[in-house]
Design a protein around this ligand. Sequence first.
Ligand code: SAM
Length: 461
Amino acid sequence: MYLVQQVGGSWRGTWFKTKKLTPAPPWWSRPGHCHTGPHVVVQKSRQKGAHNNKQVTKGRKKERSSCQAVLDRFDQQYGEELGDLWASARAVLLQPPSWQYGVMLNRFSAVTDITQALQSQGFFTLLPQTNDSALLCNGSSTVSESKYQRGKDTLLPPHYISMCPPDDCRARPQPDSSFHALGQDPRSEPSLGSPRPSLQCYIHPCPLRFPSPAHRPGQLKQYYLLNAASLLPVLALQVRDGEKVLDLCSAPGGKALAIMQSAIPALLCCNELDPHRRNWLAKTLESFLPHPLNSSVIVSAQDGRSFGQTQAGLYDKVLVDAPCSNDRSWLYSCNSQQGEQRLQGRARLPALQAQLLRSALSAVRPGGTVVYSTCTLSSFENYAVVETVLKDFPEAEPDDLWEEIAVPLSNHFAFSSHPGHGQTPHKSTVSSYHRRLGVLVVPQPGKTWGPMFLSRIRRRK
Ligand SMILES: C[S@@+](CC[C@H](N)C(=O)[O-])C[C@H]1O[C@@H](n2cnc3c(N)ncnc32)[C@H](O)[C@@H]1O
């Protein structure tokens, strides 16, 4: 077991023995996959002399058993839709110790040596960084915008360049009464004018888990743990400084945070219907974002289905990270009754998702874009929803994310572009129309990220 501790302000790693015996090497620890195996846990400790074994036991996840009813349904549906790809996805989903974790750094947090600790453990950045961040952050967004123009329509530009608060952030739209600004606690963190890099997510080829970020009173959290595939809808959204952005289904706020790592929008409206989850969302935002951003990042409590009517055409970009059959979590439903209930309600999801997507397309301005995403493999909640909604919106046009997202990131993620082409998701086998409906990240051995479906729809001018 590998333990990383914070000792006197720096991070130190040590190996130590554990009593756990491993019967046979599973696929993720075989040569060519991961040499370190599933028992690698990265733990940090601030307490001098803390007992290592105890901490590691605390940090290790309990073994979970899967819900048979959910698994049977998935076998039936995904076996048909994904073919052989499902067999390997299934193996990953049923082996939580094989799951990889991403570490998204918080660029608003005070500088720490986390990067060093991550790199010394073999973590690397998912998205290549430029040095532009420090160089360009001089209080103006002009340079980053001109860089973006040069590389327009590619995956890279807006996310690799430092985002400094643009002047037009001052002219913010006034929130209506259904919104409330975040808490006003002052933060002892760097001001927005400080140089800081853009979206940075560290990943590891092995299922190495960094500990959850510690709560430090009065300070912002330094990083957010996530399934790295969750960043793809945010990358596809291509948010630029000064834009008005709506995150229609926002809690617990992972993608909203990723948006704020990528750009400084004039407005980020984080909408969430469920009150309990909305509180969670507000807490997440407060823990990661500095006080000066509180008036431009707002939490809203509307039913996302009616958002498009009340705020038609107001936003440059809208993210619909829709409620869905969350495959990973549903497989581990706490009991069979919960599993059955979820499966019963599943048939209603595509209608809800289509309503949310229609509402998003109404909320976006002509020329703006909507990204629709889910964390399920189900084609009924993915391609079919997009296809249905496009029929009602002749002014909406799907973008091809294959070249932009799937090709450049295929070293890290396993993509499929349309159901029925399970074995080899190759673009030549899929019509360009179907390819434009969206791309699907399918968990695979060694690339355990996902499930994540994303589709980008542009509203014509
Ligand atoms: C997949 S989760 C969003 C995850 C979030 N985007 C993130 O990255 O952390 C979907 C969310 O949509 C919310 N939701 C469900 N129905 C909704 C509706 N009609 N309007 C707005 N939000 C809704 C759910 O409560 C849930 O929090």
